[in-house]
Design a protein around this ligand. Sequence first.
Ligand SMILES: N[C@@H](CCC(=O)N[C@@H](CS)C(=O)NCC(=O)O)C(=O)O
Length: 215
Amino acid sequence: MKIYGLDVSNPTNKVRYVANALGLDYEFELKMPFSEQVQNDEYQSLHPASKVPALEDGSFKLFESNAIIRYLAQKSNSDLYPQDLEKRAKVDQWMDFVTVHIRNAYGRVFWNRVGVKFMKEEPDVNSLNEGLKFLDRFLPIIDDQLGKSKYLASDDLTIADFNLLAELDGAEVCEIDLLKYKNLTAWRENLQNQDFYQVDRSVGAAIFEEILAQK
Ligand SMILES: N[C@@H](CCC(=O)N[C@@H](CS)C(=O)NCC(=O)O)C(=O)O
């Protein structure tokens, strides 16, 4: 099994964390977004939009990180994606909430504070402020939920937690203050200390360092 992506890409690492938690045997191959490494026919057969991550499992190819982690959990028959109808519906509810509301808002902040420096573009202040406004609206809901249950969808760890955890990676780099969300911070610290989270991020970290030095 092969996972393609960048080692600091949030959706890429979501897939790596789940694969690690499931104990899967896989190879990780670095692919730099926006580069010729993804803009070629071979990579586009894995991901037609030249994005990361992508998965290759034998002859089976899959893109979209949420689809990939659902596939991996189901293939492993794991409770990370429970079979029970109502439990699974709650996992899907939080998967969608995080992807639609948190990822979208975080993406605006990340792009306008960090991404533009990498791409040598100007930030869009309106988009940045919208992102911050949405985070202020939606993160308290997550924080509240994590005060009611140990994990996001229930008292059991599920792929919804991996989705949220990965999508918040790099919050510090783009100066999003998560510390004011006490339940979220405790939940995050607990998961960040787990073995599945310990992945090599050296290539992307060096890029971030260079970007931050431009300040
Ligand atoms: N919804 C996708 C998002 C993938 C995505 O946007 N990946 C970024 C890197 S984090 C990318 O490849 N960007 C390059 C581009 O937009 O061309 C997923 O969850 O897999």
